[in-house]
Design a protein around this ligand. Sequence first.
Ligand SMILES: [Mg+2]
Length: 381
Amino acid sequence: MEAAGYEKEVEVAVRVVQMACSLCQKVQESLVRSPPDLITSKDDRSPVTVADWGVQATVSWVLSQSFGSGNTSIVAEEDDQTLSSKDATVLLESVVNTVNSCLSEAPKYGFRAPEKELETCEVLEAIRSCNSTGGSKGRFWVLDPVDGTLGFVRGDQYAIALALIEDGEVILGILGCPNYPMKKEWLNYHQRYYRLMSNLSPPTFGSWHKGCVMYARKGSGKAWMQPLVHDVGELDLHNNARVVRVSSVSDPACATFCEPVEKANSSHSFTAGLAQSVGVRKQPLRVYSMVKYAAIARGDAEIFMKFARAGYKEKIWDHAAGVVIIQEAGGVVTDAGGRPLDFSKGIYLEGLDRGIIACSGALLHEKIIKAVDASWDSSNL
Ligand SMILES: [Mg+2]
């Protein structure tokens, strides 16, 4: 990525997301093999796993080492409450082991490994220190350690999302998509088939058949994709990256719609009805998590909308990385009123008009906004 400034931030952030992808792959393998001491539930009953805390601790530790703990402020999804409770000792132990095993590989990703294994209290502190509440001033990182935990525990799609925000603007976005293969067609195969195949012949460096990492810097006019790597030590990180671009389809009839698999926080029927009303005829692309943003940035799909159910507020970590990647890849993301998403108001996307609309281009975006306006009043949202 040719860039004025932020070279170190891009470098560190992409590498740490690569490392987090590797952590998640290992946990996902073990979950699928032997479920599930490693899963617990949050208060809202959404699942959370060793990987969520493991990634948060690892990314927090690496960013603090790289930029100094005094200069590193992080907004992240998880806290240490569940883990610190008395009946979570087994869970906590496996988080600590997972983090240490991941950090022992840090040199492969161009980072220094800790001099000795992290103590339990250090791991908890790394998780707890991600306690920034964001806002409109200064610099902070935004992390969703595992986005789409349901997809993750099912052996399906999930994403690791990291973004850098400065004075309320998203400057960098990195999306690690460990199960999102190079080619869209490969998505149609069952995930188990992937796992079987990659066990038979482990992916070599530069092979694209498993996952990818996408990233973009605001204003660069480019978004990039690289394969998952397992040893970047001797390699220029960006050698293997290629530019991705949104699709040029502007006719809704030829567009592909992204749909969430999980229905908990969004209104499926409204978006499905809307797709129909604008003439979308193709099969929707149903994927878990922010992989939907990656799909649009890469031209695999053209439209993604999310209308939250009443009472649900969108959080910045679920969108920041994906938004900048789509924008730099040539796409458009706004709320349903056509306004940019506001990342400067704390951990929520405050003031969001109805929902989020992401499209591959301005023309398509305009058509979708009109269609939303036309059918909004008759919806139950
Ligand atoms: Mg999450």
